[in-house]
Write a protein that binds this ligand. Sequence first.
Ligand code: CA
Ligand code: CA
Length: 256
Amino acid sequence: MRITNAVTAMLLGAVIAAAQAPTSFPGWTLNGSATMEEMQGGDLRLLLTPNQTAQAGSAFVNQPISFHAGNTFSYTFQFQMTDPVFEASDGMTFVLQTQGLTAVGGNGGCLGYAGAPQQSNCPPATGGISPSVAVEFDDYDNAPYDINDNHVAILTDGQVNDLDPQTPYGVTNCQPTGGFGCMNNGDIWYVWIDYDGMTLHVALADNSDVRPPNLINYAIDIPSILGRSSAYVGFTAGTGEGSENHYVMDFKPGRP
Ligand SMILES: [Ca+2]
Ligand SMILES: [Ca+2]
């Protein structure tokens, strides 16, 4: 009887959760804490995590992308990390992966990318979304694994391995909230990600749609890591003891 009640409660919980999840963005699969919100004017924005503790979310475009000739691709999007609680944390990732549409990692420093779902003791991490290549936008310093509390880096195969970490505008010490150049400052950040078949380029700008020089130029064989020249593309984010909203807007393929 207790088991039956427990199962019923779980099913009801699932129904309630499904009813609350926006269904107006059918082209994406949303996992964990991720939801879509309608903005003024009707455009949608992706909310990967709300500003609540211990959240992990991911979202992937249902249709896998195929790289262009020469294994090239380009994407632009905007992100916003807002309303930090206690500490701004932990950041988000842009991901290309071939694990599957429901892939999601752990919370906190796992950024919804590394570690197993529900896991919170990152880094280090085992498991995670793999095979994959990601760009992290990390605004919480998990020393000694992170260089500071405001860095961008390349990650692979569900690890928070911080390849070629770089600091936007050279600005650090952004906790609990930051000014210009801190990714957690609540501004709209514009991001450009390009792959020319050999080198992954990342540029981002605080509150500006003018592309600055690349912050990252990292040589990496993405098709070899993924095992194919197509992949699911999307985003992940996580919160820990501190939290913030992680929003993504205006995600588009191609150069602007
Ligand atoms: Ca971190
Ligand atoms: Ca990091």
